[in-house]
Design a protein around this ligand. Structure first.
Ligand code: ADP
Ligand code: UDP
Length: 236
């Protein structure tokens, strides 16, 4: 299929989304911008869009291999991929295998402490409100997603944790936590958006060094090297 890039439908912090000649398909273009704290901290990182485009393509392929439906269709250029057009559910599914980030702040437990079983959280995706943590009953009560959809997101999200956790572990990387977004595609519920070092915490198993967006958030340096390292390891 020769994909035609149509109208710009949405520009977010990390991607631009375009229509194609097929109503069920979109082109996602990954940008070089890096943002944190809901856009309060911003920078450009040359080639980051290309690295994330390829990393997400690889990892969505890994998920498909585990029987998990995703929006990914094909890469069409270094920073563009075709995806299925989903009706996005404005909920961030977060899954944690160890304490880090906002959970360390909320609990006072030190970063890196393993969690005996994965911990799932839901954030309501709303920039103005800073993506607040919502309990499942509230998501259902407000009609953001149905009880059945939340149950399915949980099951699929935990499957992603097993599949991606194992894949990264084999490549010397600990999957500390990650965020997923899901959307409706006809009668399916698919993983959308991206799976990249912007949305996952990846720690090197040999020395616990961070290979993800925390290098930017916490001004640790070597951000480009970390993203390239992830691309290298997921490509082998
Ligand atoms: P943000 O909106 O958080 O700044 P991005 O820059 O990554 O994030 O923008 C991408 C937007 O496209 C997000 O709002 C995301 O929910 C949406 N999106 C991701 N995948 C799909 C898809 N397959 N179909 C429709 N919308 C999608
Ligand atoms: N995350 C994300 N987008 C968000 C919030 C969180 O991709 O808007 C990811 C984040 O990269 C981490 C996980 O979800 O892998 C858990 O994030 P946390 O709640 O600890 O928040 P943070 O420390 O990122 O503010």
């Amino acid at each position: 299929m020769k994909w035609e890039k149509g109208e710009l439908l949405y520009e977010g912090k990390a991607k631009r989304v375009f229509a194609t000649q097929e109503p069920d398909y979109l082109i996602a273009e990954f940008k070089d911008s890096l943002t944190a704290f809901n856009g309060a901290m911003k920078a450009q990182l040359n080639h980051k869009g290309e690295w994330n485009n390829q990393i997400s393509a690889h990892l969505m392929g890994v998920l498909e291999g585990c029987g998990i439906g995703t929006h990914f269709v094909e890469l069409i250029s270094p920073r563009e991929q075709v995806v299925k057009r989903l009706e996005m559910i404005p909920v961030e599914f977060i899954c944690r295998n160890a304490v880090a980030g906002s959970l360390a702040k909320r609990t006072g437990i030190s970063e890196g402490t393993p969690l005996p079983t994965p911990v799932i959280e839901f954030n309501y995706k709303n920039d103005e409100m800073n993506d607040p943590l919502y309990v499942e009953d509230l998501i259902v009560a407000l009609g953001i997603a149905s009880r059945e959809e939340i149950a399915r997101i949980r099951t699929q999200g935990l499957k992603v944790n097993d599949c991606l956790g194992k894949f990264m572990d084999e490549r010397g990387i600990q999957l500390v936590d990650f965020k997923l977004e899901f959307g409706r595609f006809h009668d399916e519920l698919l993983v959308g958006d991206e799976v990249t070092p912007d949305t996952c915490r990846f720690w090197d198993k040999k020395d616990q060094s961070k290979l993800d967006k925390d290098r930017f958030r916490r001004k640790l340096g070597n951000v480009a090297e970390a993203y390239q390292q992830i691309l290298d390891r997921v490509s082998t």
